[in-house]
Structure formats: C-alpha cells, structure tokens
Write a protein of this length. Structure first.
Ligand SMILES: Nc1ncnc2c1ncn2[C@@H]1O[C@H](COP(=O)(O)OP(=O)(O)OP(=O)(O)O)[C@@H](O)[C@H]1O
Ligand SMILES: [Mg+2]
Lengths: 264, 254
C-alpha cells in the first residue's frame, strides 16, 4: 500500500547545556493517503518535535521522513500546520489572517478568489460575519477555528496539527471535532493530529499511534475501524469504549506506571 | 464631547500654565531682563516674525532629515543585529559606548572635521543622537520574535525576506514607534545643540543665541516657546503616523 507519510526509524536528540537529550528513538509511523493519524503520548515525550520533523522545519539526526514518495529535507508548500497556540497576526483581520498562506503559496491567485476561498472556509467553521474582526476580538475557540482555516486554506495534501484543541473547553472541543470531520468530508486531506485526549483520537482517527515516554518509540498502533461519518454518540458504543480502555492502558505503560506486557 | 475633552483639556492646561507664569513674574515684580512673562512674548514674536518663520523652518527640516536618516540607518543596524547573533555581540558594546558619549562633546569635533558645513553638521548631529533607540528597539523586536510566528510561514517554505516583510516587520512596528517618539525629541535636541554652539549658525538655536548676545530676554523666551511648539508638532506627527501604521496595537478600552 502506498503511504503518503512515512516515518522510518527516526531518532532525534536536542543539544542542551547538560548534554544531548534524546527525544525520539527509532520512530516508525506510516499513514496511507487520505487517512487520519492521531498520535498520543506522555507529556514531553517528543510529539511537537515529531510535527516539526514531518513539516520539514527540522531534520532528524537519524532516520528518514518521506512525504508523497519524496524525502523531506525542507518545508514544502503542500503541508498545512495548525499549532497548539493559534498564533494570529494582530495587525491583520481574521480574513487576512486566513489568506496569509495563499500569499506565499499562490502569489498569483487573484485577490477575489483568495477572499472567496477564505470566506467559504470561515463559513464552514461557523465564523461567518467575523471576517473583518481583529483576532483579539474573538474568543480562544473562535481563534482556533480561524487558525484551522488558515492551515487548510491553500488546500494542502497533509495537515499537521499539534494539540490544536488542547486549551479549549470540552464542548467547544467536541464542536471542533465535528467541524474537522465535515471539513475532511468536503475536501479530503491526510492528517496527523497530536492530542492528549483519547476520545478525540478515537473520534477523529483512522489509526491511533501511542508513543512511549521520552525518548519516544512507537509503542502501539491501534486501528480504529469505525465508519467515516461518525457522530459523537459512537464514543458511547462498546467498540469505541474498548478502544478507549486499550488506549488508556497503553498510556499508563508509556508513562511508566505499569510494566509493559510481553509483545502482543 | 469626546472632541471637547481631547482638545479642550490640553488647551486649558496650557492657559493655566501661562497664567501661573504671568502671575509668578507679576507677584515678584521681575523686570523682563530677569524673567520674561507671557505677555512679553507676542511683541517679541511679532517683531521678529519673519526670522521666526525662517529659522523655525531651518530647524524643522534639519531635524526631520536627520531623523529620517536615523530611521533608515537605525532600522538597518537593528535588522543586522536582530538577525545575527554575531553581529549583535560585535556591535552592541560599540553602540552603547557611542551612545554614552555626551553629544555636546561631539559638536566641536564635528565642526572641526566639516568646517563651515553648517547644514551638514546639524543634520549629522540630529542623526547621531537619535538613531540609537531605533536600532535597539528594532533589534530587540526581531530577536525576541516568538518562533511560532516565524513557523507559520516557514512551514510553507517562505523565504527569510518574506517572513521579515510579513511577520517580523509589522510585529516590531509598535516598539519601533515607541523608539521613534524618543528619537524625534533627541533629534530636535541634536539640531539645536549645533545651532546654538556653531559660531555662524542658523535656525532657532542661533536665534536664541543672538537674543542672548543682545540681551533681548523676551526674544530668548519666545524662542524657547517656539522650540516647545515645534517639539510638540513633531511629536504628534509621529503619534499620527503610529496611529496609521500601528494602530492595531492599541487595544480598545474595556
Ligand atoms: N529546542 C529545544 N532545545 C532543547 N530541548 C528541547 C527543545 N524543544 C524541545 N525540547 C525538549 O524535548 C522534549 C520533547 O519536546 P516536545 O516539545 O517535542 O514534547 P511534546 O511531546 O510535544 O510535549 P507536550 O506534550 O508537553 O507538548 C522536552 O523534554 C523538551 O524539553
Ligand atoms: Mg508539544
């Protein structure tokens, strides 16, 4: 099977004052085209580092990152990124913030077309009527929605999200999961989502990758065989509950609270 | 109502200030060769109004030109220091040292190097005295830019120049204008320093000195008031620019 994203034996260490700090250790992840990969792992295990490696913002010490059958050595225009902190440029309106990537990726695109594209996305995430507002005039959840629009405005093949919903309240978060699902139904893209919310991972993911504690290895990959058009109710069904339990156990192993069971 | 407060209050405070000054001179019975009073000023302004216009213009254009050069050079230096650690380590001590030199000591030095180039010397001093805050603010603004901001565009493969233009530059504008408000006053001081000290100077500073040599105290005070007025005009010109280019940084009052 052709994989859009392949992480092959990736290891990385940061240089710190007290010597090298190994963060990733022989990581293996493969995401087929159009699939949604949720990544969970203990705090500080190297998840953000992983997103930066996939985006080409850094190069790993060892191992390879492949995207679309080509090795990633630098950032590429076909990637969209949403960060945990929805950094919005305060000197731009919400609409202008969403348009920003188009100015880099498609500098020749006519302005009207850019505006139409941004307005369409903002409407999809429920921000119609807020196009002319300043970021500081929006709530945290609304800013996060806008940041999501900005991440996909240039129709990337791959969307990388680093705990984008982490700072939001539970209801807003569930709203955004559904928004995410609808966005992908409207224009499919391959997705890597870092999260610390297991329900989020199961609701959105086609596979859930559990990383071990630092230095992170691929501890377990769980396939989520739920239908694509999920509703929140599915999380209360037994098969979803079983997955959540299994994930919870894996996380406790990753945190080092219980010894790892022999290989499955 | 809003307008009344914005214009009325400052105006009122100026009137009160002039009243107190007049009163102080009147109560003490000071003659105008000891301390001029506000009522002495209009005659002085009227008597020399052509001179005031001419000299005021001289002072104004030199200050503005010096400041413009300071903006260009200061921003350039700030960019170099903001982007390169090595440049920062190399240039910072030099700049701090240069800034610590009292600029009055530079006047004779400059006058000796560029003898008789009064316009040039004045503009040069306005520049020398005012570029430092701009260079520092731009360099700090750039070097403290949060990596997240840079990454928004870097993740799309944008060039360093694009990132500077779209992110770093607008983000540092509020700090830049903060520095510019300091610099505009400094440049003004620089201009007047040279105008006063130079033997055959022009500009308001020179007018002040001629008042001094002729014992014309009302003229001297009139010059001081004219300087204050020009300073206010320059300062608020910067404030107006700030409103246009960095107005977004002003949060609406809660
Ligand atoms: N630029 C850096 N230099 C040195 N160490 C770093 C750097 N960035 C991250 N680290 C360290 O590497 C480890 C992994 O960082 P990373 O941000 O990838 O973790 P994370 O899994 O995203 O954590 P969290 O769940 O808290 O977001 C942490 O211990 C962190 O202190
Ligand atoms: Mg992180």
């Amino acid at each position: 099977m052709e994989h859009l994203i392949e992480i092959k034996g990736v290891s990385h260490a940061y240089t710190t004052k007290s010597g090298p700090l190994p963060v990733l250790d022989g990581l293996e992840i493969a995401v087929p085209e159009g699939e949604f990969c949720a990544v969970v792992g203990p705090s500080g295990c190297g998840k953000s580092t992983l997103t930066r490696l996939i985006a080409g913002l850094m190069r790993p010490d060892r191992g390879e990152v492949w995207l679309h059958g080509a090795r990633v050595t630098s950032p590429r225009k076909t990637v969209g990124m949403a960060f945990q902190n929805p950094v919005m440029l305060e000197w731009r309106t919400i609409l202008e913030n969403v348009i920003l990537p188009l100015e880099i990726v498609a500098p020749k695109m006519p302005r009207a077309e850019r505006v139409a594209r941004a307005e369409h996305l903002l409407e999809m995430v429920g921000l119609k009527g807020f196009e002319g507002k300043r970021p500081s005039e929006l709530s945290g959840g609304m800013r996060q929605r806008a940041s999501l629009c900005r991440a996909i405005v240039h129709k990337p093949d791959v969307l990388i999200m680093d705990e984008p919903f982490g700072a939001l309240d539970a209801f807003t978060r569930e709203d955004l999961w559904q928004t995410m699902r609808d966005l992908r139904a409207a224009e499919p893209f391959t997705c890597v989502l870092i999260t610390h919310d297991l329900r989020e991972a199961v609701f959105l993911g086609d596979q859930v990758v559990v990383l071990s504690g630092r230095p992170a290895r691929t501890q377990r990959v769980i396939d989520v065989d739920l239908p694509a058009d999920r509703t929140l109710d599915i999380l209360f069904e037994p098969r979803a509950q079983d997955m959540l339990h299994a994930l919870r156990d894996e996380i406790r192993i990753a945190q080092g609270r219980v010894p790892a069971a022999p290989a499955h | 109502m809003e307008h009344l407060r914005k214009i009325g209050v400052p105006l009122l405070s100026i009137v009160v200030f002039l009243g107190l000054w007049e009163g102080l001179v009147w109560v003490n019975g000071w003659p105008n060769y000891k301390m001029a009073s506000p009522s002495d000023l209009p005659p002085a302004f009227w008597k020399y109004h052509m001179l005031f216009l001419e000299m005021g213009w001289q002072t104004l254009w030199r200050t503005v030109l010096g400041l413009c050069i300071a903006v260009v050079a200061g921003t350039g230096l700030g960019m170099i220091m903001g982007f390169s650690r090595i440049a920062r380590d190399a240039l910072y001590p030099l700049l701090v040292g240069f800034n610590a030199i009292p600029k009055a000591t530079l006047v004779p030095v400059i006058a000796l190097i560029f003898i008789g180039q009064h316009d040039f010397n004045t503009v040069l001093m306005a520049f020398l005295i005012s570029f430092f805050p701009i260079a520092v603010s731009v360099s700090i603004g750039l070097s403290t830019l949060e990596p997240e901001y840079r990454d928004i565009l870097r993740a799309l493969g944008a060039s360093r120049l694009t990132i500077f233009r779209k992110i770093a530059l607008p983000k540092t504008l509020p700090e830049f204008f903060g520095a510019l408000k300091v610099s505009v006053t400094l440049a003004f001081i620089g201009t007047n320093l040279v105008e006063i000290v130079s033997p055959h100077g022009r500009g308001l500073g020179a007018l002040f000195k001629s008042g001094e040599t002729n014992g014309d105290y009302p003229l001297m005070f009139a010059v001081l008031i004219a300087l204050a007025f020009l300073g206010i005009v320059l300062y608020y010109a910067v404030v107006a620019l700030e409103k246009i280019f960095a107005g977004w940084a002003e949060r609406p009052h809660a």
